[in-house]
Design a protein around this ligand. Structure first.
Ligand code: PGA
Ligand code: MG
Length: 227
């Protein structure tokens, strides 16, 4: 008898329409019908992947904020706090820059362990200030994330696997950027979509020709029933 492998899916760049923005609606049915756990592992703030699971109709297994927040469906784990990142962005603002999301900033409003900055803002001063505070800035291609170096998506996956029965060795991860490298290192089989950045491309077991959701849909076709 064969079964579907557990899946670890990134959102931006991976489930997105091939033009880069918005979830590609073709991914909903295969994800909902997948006969193994599906973990959404993202850099986005906690409510976003929870909502994605909710509206897709799958159990909420979530690694959010690049590993800063982990939800097993029963327990939430926080592996960093927002204060250090907040201090960095306050200093950045005091130097005359903005986070670039406008007054209400729904990108960071519910973010609990890091801060995201719009890609249109200058990164060099942000990196300098972050380094002074012992933090890093990663560029996912969708935002700059000011974060503690410790939390990673991969660590978050291990936390979920400890609480929910998931065989990470059998799991398949799909991603597109630097924040997916730790996921790729934690699962048995990893795929970078065709639009992936250098780091994700170098870390993946296989690099797809297809981009964004076209890549992810191709992986689902290939690995369905493979374990
Ligand atoms: O939040 C981001 O910058 C990217 O999100 P992702 O990890 O789902 O691609
Ligand atoms: Mg991504």
């Amino acid at each position: 008898m064969t079964a579907d492998p557990p899946l670890v899916l990134d959102i931006d760049g991976t489930l997105t329409r091939p033009d880069g923005w918005g979830i590609d609606p073709r991914v909903f049915d295969p994800i909902r019908d997948w006969e193994a756990p599906v973990v959404i592992a993202t850099g986005k703030a906690f409510p976003y992947p929870v909502a994605l699971c909710h509206f897709t109709g799958i159990p909420e297994l979530v690694v959010a904020e690049n590993g800063g927040v982990v939800y097993t469906g029963n327990d939430v784990f926080f592996t960093a706090d927002r204060e250090a990142a907040q201090a960095v962005t306050e200093e950045y603002r005091a130097a005359g820059y903005t986070l670039g999301w406008g007054e209400e900033d729904t990108v960071n409003r519910w973010r609990e362990t890091e801060i995201a900055v719009n890609l249109e803002q200058p990164i060099e001063p942000l990196r300098e200030i972050a380094a002074k505070h012992g933090l890093e800035v990663i560029d996912t291609g969708y935002a700059y994330h000011v974060k503690d170096t410790n939390p990673t998506k991969g660590d978050g996956l291990e936390t979920i696997a400890e609480h929910v029965s998931i065989d990470l060795e059998a799991a398949v991860a799909v991603g597109d950027s630097i924040n997916d490298v730790s996921s790729f290192d934690t699962v048995g089989r990893s795929f970078a979509v065709g639009n992936a950045d250098e780091m994700a491309t170098a870390a993946a077991d296989e690099v797809l020709e297809e981009i964004h959701a076209d890549g992810t849909l191709a992986v689902l076709e290939r690995v369905r029933g493979s374990v």
